[in-house]
Ligand binder design. Structure first.
Ligand code: 26V
Length: 798
């Protein structure tokens, strides 16, 4: 079904119309960029009808609305996705080619919107798409960062960061909404007036809305992503200007805009920074004002809020929503305090995405009190009231001079959820154990998922086409139907087609790597891929250590029939995370030495592709044979890349961590390469004194690989370069790289052997695809709707 009616002209007419009247160019002088904008505007026109219809349907139904508050939306490029969901991809290709243009080049002209750091932000983007596909009346709220996640390049193997500039080009998908603007205050003082507490901020900035429509599969429904930009309330300090201080006159505007200027690039250690807290309050307060304004326009009685509105806090970043909502209900609207807390609590829900202590947000009380004095008072009262009701409680929202945002979110939430079965269990046992004991039904699990439209149908057209040719196209909107593939997998023709699609995807990637990075890679080698943020807990250093050990083994015995492998890495390190940046340099140094080795490079190559982003993921995942999911058990909350790989027919080598556990349950243990300690064993192992030394002493391979790195085998001009890494691994080794090494090596050799049996490998890969239907974010969102939000679908096919 194409979303088109008699009023909509053909796409090619639309492109030419916009080229002329929106871009102001004629075809003879149009650049690729102009054509891309013209196509995007023509596509956008098609979305608007569905968008208005959805908005109307939401108002008419008076149904419960869902609001997803997230500091990050890692949306990537939007044109290809919109075309697919509107089912206009075929027509667009024909129209663009009919104009003498290269369709892929037009799609690749779009900047990748990187308004997020990694998994948390990409999950939010998948959720928006699924919310639309399921016709759930919903809205995403976030920040319109001028600069998204930094661009990464390498200088002599070292990460170099440069600002990202996606907004320097015209952003075609957004609509500015100057009428939806709110003043957001900071600082100042609180005083009692006529029995009410009144906060008088010392400064205020304007939050201005920009709306991006998010179209669901087959344009069944379109929701809105509303991003807030910060502006000065008075754009110019006229008094200063008139005194001749022309630069100083612009300072208030600069300061205001700083709030939405840049995404914080650190997903672990940046907590405690004042600007970050300002960003959090800025977008949360603007969103809540907007939500209440919409509620008022639809319903009368504010007591109905929990029935008509569900707000999801994506991690603790919008946790200030609790006290802010209480302030709006109690101070501004005059509800009794207890009732205000009760209404707020029944409206809010909180998702936890990490148990790493350094990533759990805590704010110093003096900072909170200075920036948000009324909120600090309310937090203390909420906490004290809760403590009075539950005297046995150990965890307090305010403790040791800090506000614990996890605890605050928990006590202000109707439901609290983890993102995989293992992670949710660990939440109950560790960080939230005592709060869980007081509120036993509050924590629920919603295992993450990914949208199959972007992560299979759009990014892997070869495999998608084969699936559709075999079972029809129902799977795209109902991924569990991939199971219908399984009875066909005995068919030799189908097996051949699946293997052929993977081979062609790999050949495309090999061509691209050759053209852009000058490395020749053999498409018949195993493509072994680890792509994610660089973190010690994700253990990219375990992977590269195994590469060094394998290199040594091949050198010692070059004719032992090794399985050729290309190890591909990509990912960014937080600019201030010195150890992670050192791991990147190590991978690059290892790559330089191994790729130049005439004996071993036939069997083993390593490449670190710079500037990992959504677009690069879309290129790599369809071409992967092996998915590296090797975090220390208990540390990766879920992972979502792991699901994308399995869906695209890569086999996983992985630990029992995060959603790996559930992936293995679904695809079958025999189609998954498991290694390593369990989360429980990890805790016990850490308590063993000298665990790393013991593991090294027991494994000559590990000892030799560490010694080579320590002695400068990959950094001959600078032999001590990696002493910090080898020192860490031989010493504390908190993430147990050494203790898991031998089993990882064993699993990798099993991978080698399995890959040599091409027919068997293809069958295992196809089973991964056929059995991954459960990992659709549609399933996840259905879970949130039913078990957390109490929201219903309004779609034409609901
Ligand atoms: C924390 C902080 C701390 C302050 C500075 C900025 C910042 C930005 C992000 C974070 C939270 C990082 C948590 C996160 O990304 N968790 C990931 O969430 C994914 C989706 O649920 C999940 O698949 C990953 O396993 C998990 O690491």
């Amino acid at each position: 079904m194409t979303y088109q009616d008699a009023r909509t002209p053909g796409l090619q007419d639309g492109i030419l119309h916009h080229l002329t009247y929106t871009i102001g160019k004629d075809a003879a002088h149009a650049t690729l960029h102009d054509w891309r904008l013209a196509l995007s505007f023509a596509v956008r026109d098609r979305i608007v009808d569905s968008w208005f219809a959805s908005t109307r349907a939401s108002y008419e139904a008076g149904a419960k609305r869902v609001y997803y508050l997230s500091m990050e939306f890692l949306i990537g490029r939007l044109l290809g996705d919109a075309l697919v969901n509107l089912r206009l991809d075929g027509e667009a290709k024909a129209a663009v080619e009919g104009l003498g243009l290269d369709f892929d080049a037009v799609l690749h002209d779009e900047p990748d919107a990187a308004l997020g750091n990694g998994g948390l932000g990409r999950l939010a983007a998948c959720f928006l798409e699924s919310l639309s596909t399921l016709a759930c009346p919903a809205m995403g709220y976030g920040i319109r960062y001028e600069h998204g996640l930094f661009r990464q390049s390498f200088d002599n193997g070292r990460q170099v960061e440069a600002p990202e500039t996606w907004l320097q080009q015209r952003h075609v998908w957004e609509f500015e909404r100057p009428e939806a603007a709110y003043s957001i205050g900071f600082g100042g003082h609180v005083a009692e007036q006529d029995g009410r507490m009144v906060w008088t901020p010392a400064e205020a900035v304007l939050a201005e809305a920009y709306d991006t429509p998010v179209v669901g599969w087959e344009a069944r429904w379109t929701n809105t992503l509303r991003l807030w930009a910060a502006r000065a309330i008075d754009p110019l300090d006229l008094a200063r200007f008139n005194h001749g201080d022309h630069v100083g006159a612009a300072v208030p505007e600069m300061l205001a805009r700083a709030i939405s200027r840049v995404l914080y690039p650190d997903d672990t250690t940046e907590a405690g920074k004042e600007l970050r807290l300002k960003q959090e309050y800025f977008f949360t307060a603007a969103s809540l004002h907007d939500i209440l304004r919409r509620f008022d326009s639809e319903h009368g009685d504010i007591r109905l809020l929990p029935e008509k509105v569900a707000i999801q806090l994506n991690d603790t970043h919008p946790a200030i929503a609790g006290p802010e909502l209480v302030r709006l209900l109690h101070d501004t609207r005059g509800l009794p305090f207890d009732e205000a807390v009760d209404i707020a609590r029944r409206t809010l829900n909180y998702t936890n995405h990490t148990l790493l202590p350094e990533a759990l947000e805590k704010w110093p009380v003096p900072l909170m009190a200075r920036l948000l004095p009324r909120h600090m008072m309310l937090i203390e009262r909420i906490d004290a009231d809760h403590a009075a009701r539950f005297p046995a409680r150990a965890t307090h929202a305010v403790a040791d001079g800090e506000v614990n945002m996890g605890a605050l979110s928990f006590i202000m939430a109707n439901r609290v959820n983890g993102v995989s079965a293992l992670h949710t269990g660990l939440m109950k046992q560790t960080v939230f154990a005592d709060l869980h004991a007081l509120h036993p039904g509050r924590i629920v699990n919603q295992t993450n998922g990914v949208t199959p439209r972007r992560w299979l149908h759009a990014c892997n057209p070869r495999l998608a086409g084969i699936i559709t040719g075999t079972i029809g196209e129902g799977w795209i909107g109902d991924l569990e139907r991939l199971a219908e593939l399984e009875p066909h997998l005995g068919d030799a023709g189908l097996q051949q087609a699946i293997a052929g699609a993977k081979r062609a995807n790999k050949a495309d990637l090999a061509d691209w790597i050759g053209a852009t990075h000058g490395l020749s890679v053999d498409p018949d080698a195993m493509f072994d891929v680890q792509i994610k943020r660089i973190h010690e807990y994700k253990r990219q250093h375990l992977n590269i250590l195994e590469a060094v050990a394998l290199w040594q083994a091949i050198r010692a015995n070059p004719d032992a029939g090794w399985t050729p492998r290309i190890k591909i890495f990509a990912g960014k390190a937080a600019p201030g995370y010195v150890f992670a940046k050192k791991i990147i340099r190590l991978v690059n140094d290892v790559a330089a030495v191994l790729n130049a080795d005439p004996v071993t490079s036939r069997y083993l190559k390593v490449i670190f592709l710079p500037n990992y982003n959504v677009t690069l993921a879309e290129r790599l995942i369809p071409a992967a044979d092996l998915s590296e999911q090797i975090s220390t058990a208990g540390k990766e909350a879920s992972g979502t890349g792991n699901m994308k790989f399995a869906l695209n027919g890569a086999l996983t080598v992985g630990t029992l961590d995060g959603a790996n556990v559930e992936i293995r349950d679904h695809v079958g243990a025999e189609n998954f390469f498991l290694f390593g300690m369990t989360a429980e064993e990890v805790v016990a192992r850490r308590a063993v004194e000298g665990h790393a030394g013991q593991a090294i002493a027991a494994d000559p391979r590990l000892a030799a690989a560490l010694a080579a790195i320590h002695d400068g085998a990959v950094s001959p001009g600078d032999p001590t370069r990696y002493h910090d890494i080898t020192g860490n691994l031989r010493g504390p080794d908190y993430f147990l790289v050494c203790s898991d090494f031998a089993d990882y090596w064993r699993a990798q050799r099993e991978v080698d052997a399995a890959y040599r049996d091409a027919a068997h490998w293809t069958r295992m890969a196809a089973l991964n695809t056929a059995r991954s239907g459960w990992f659709s974010s549609d399933r996840t969102i259905r879970g949130y709707m039913a078990e957390i939000w109490g929201a219903a679908s309004l779609g034409p096919r609901a």
